[in-house]
Design a protein around this ligand. Sequence first.
Ligand code: DGL
Length: 272
Amino acid sequence: MSRRNNPVGILDSGIGGFSVLKQVQRLLPEENILYFGDGAHVPYGNHPEQTIVALSRYMFEFMEQHQVKVLLVGCNTISCVTEQCVDLVSCPVFNAVQAGVNGALSGGGERVGVISTVFTHSCQTYPRQLMAQGDRGLKVCSRGCPNLASLVEHNLGSGEGMDRVEQELRRELGELVEQEKIQCCVLGCTHYSLVSDRIQKLFPHLTLVDPAQEMARNLASYLRGNDLTREGGGKGRVTIYTTGEVKEYTLRANQVGLERVEQICSYPALEI
Ligand code: DGL
């Protein structure tokens, strides 16, 4: 039986994937979306690989139980271990890293920066794929930021908190801009996309690549090309599950400007 009326699944370690959700709502307003954010264990980027794999497999299982028609691994950190999880789902899986690589290669210039979590940086997936798929002269500088995702997760909308986010951005990205002379930067963590306007203000000449936009475009062409768009007309709704605080997710969903959020539910966290 066709799954075309089933939801699109989006997962992330926390609220960062709201950046992907927002882009999907913009391009495919008719789709129902099921979101899972592992608020109890965010940030993932400072965990060891085996913990990230265990937590990610837990979320993949959740998505399979809910029969999503396509799974978007919004989280770049989880995208680095997706190969160790795909056996759990029967639907196509789109990952953030490939989207970021495609975005950077289509018009990013010769000196490309990538900012990400420490884990994503340590995997070197971005530099490897960019070098393999890009032109010979391409120079890639990757940087792992231990505090940034967590600062964004808990400080959106707070003046003082966002000042700390800006300070951290200046420190982490400033070096890539001033010393490495990067022309474009991949926002290699979904949380950074949530503050992309601030990043652009701090570094106005830098071209920013947001994998969330590329993921939504890929999803739209996949669903349309495979007769998998939802039937029945009307706008779709969003259901959010989190292992974190429902109250905090409600606040963040509003701050990010998500539309048609029908329910935000609590889900038991995996014990690690
Ligand atoms: N937002 C996630 C990413 O795209 C990870 C943030 C974290 O949990 O450390 O990599």
